[in-house]
Ligand binder design. Sequence first.
Ligand code: ASP
Length: 338
Amino acid sequence: MSARILVLHTGGTIGMQPSSAGLAPSPGFEALIRERLAAALPQLPAFDLIELDPLIDSADLCPTHWTRIAQLLRAHYDAYSGFVLTHGTDTLGYTAAALSFMLRGLDKPVVVTGSQIPLFAARNDAEENLIGALQLAAMPELREVCVCFRGRVLRGNRSVKVDATALAAFDSPNAPWLGSIGIDIELDRAALLPGVTPAFSVPTFDPAAVAVLRLFPGIQAGLVKAVLGQPGLRGVLLQSYGVGNPPAANHALMEALEAALARGTVIVNLTQCSRGGVAGGTYATGAALQRIGVIPGADLTLEAAFAKLHLLLAERRTPAEIRTLMPQAWCGELTPRD
Ligand code: ASP
């Protein structure tokens, strides 16, 4: 069977057009692709395109959009050999991670891409990213959610937007690239996920369920309490220092964390560093978090931890189940500790 790809356009710079208020999502992306890539199309896999309605600037994305996107992919899953998701770059890493956890056991490629400059512009990175994504989506050995951006093929749940302006905007600081696009598309076959049996989980998300709390020198317990006391909050990603250290000498702050844990709030410890992860137990300060029941988040990116915790909460898992499931590697998102 020759490859047929479904492109799901969600919005983002790649398909934006100028408006009186600045660049804004605009319908009609398929016609624009067919016009701008006319010369290349005969050499590319055939595709159909559907658009999210309404299209969004990904800065406006909520976890509820993940449900809509995954529903659309699931509804069309059997009819296509691969999928391309065109998405704004701002929250692309969150969506790629969320899809990797929702579409577990994927046995076809789902390639997420976007661009820093819109396709309509004379000089743009959209053409290159789109062409790469379409070609990757036709490679059956890719059986996972990946990101294609500026010649890099990255695991979706390891991807981070690392540059606001450069065209090489994405990287995976804690995992090797899955491949790169030069004269040829080179995939690191040993690094690819095997693909098992699709076992999709597409729950309804509550955007209020998860918050991110970044520590900073002099942070006050009152601020921490205010965050932890938000209505509907059930999970918190604590961005601590280095290998996972909080200001443990701030007893009021530590007590606020302990009180939230006792109320059933799940807290996951992540590093603020852009590379590496939480080792837990190296320093007395970090060990204090583990002692009170904070879950070490290993080398999960903020995006992946956010999506995974949201999914576990949306699936109505208990705090004890989350304690077991969060540190497990489901689809390459973290490096397990032995
Ligand atoms: N604000 C845009 C978005 O994320 C930025 C982009 O696509 O590069 O939708």
